[in-house]
Design a protein around this ligand. Sequence first.
Ligand SMILES: [Fe+2]
Length: 244
Amino acid sequence: MSKAASVVTTLTVSDPATFTTVLHSLYGPVHKELRSQLFALQMQIGAADADDWQQRADIHAFADNLHRHLKSHAGHEERWIVPVLIEHAPEVGEVLEAQHEAFEPILNSIVELAEALAGAEETDEASHILEVLHLDTSRFIGAYLTHMDIEERIAMPMLERTLGPEGVMELHENLLGGVTPEAMAQMQAFMLPAMNPHERISMLAGIRAGAPAEVYEGTLMLAGSVLKPAEMHALEAALLATAS
Ligand SMILES: [Fe+2]
């Protein structure tokens, strides 16, 4: 078998009949949001017109913003999740910690490349940087998807077994307590369209039950600005039906 073929054969597909999901995932909607942002950046780079300085500046701003977001996301995991894993499953916690460290300089380089793209004076130069950025971003996303896969398939079930569903909920509340309102709004702008209807209803109902009324109203307004009219209508109808 060729080397290339053997790489492909290491991939496996889960059997839905035996695959068990956790009761409460720390990663589910957040990772949907991260995938959505990463794929959006990749598409924006792939479709960019090297002649258009505004498109190039937008790519730089998007990459810079996403870098900050991924850094803060990793920071929350390092503070709340990784220590629990290192205590109970060091082989998993140490891998995730090392990956977070390894991603940081790569993301820095990607943002620097995007900055050079925004500042390029000649179209040829911008076009060349776009090509490099497209490949480098794609390779980073590949590695990041694998990182999230370890968190979702290995770390999360391990946390549930170790802490129990209630311990996981408590950990989640602690983690969310460290997210600023601005960062939360930025996450939700990508999270809401990336979630399925059930997840949207559950998130909004949770905010209605546990947060001040103005936070709930603000999140509803944000949802109205990022969801399709039919999605928003379904969300509002479900929230009305469950209002006490
Ligand atoms: Fe992570």
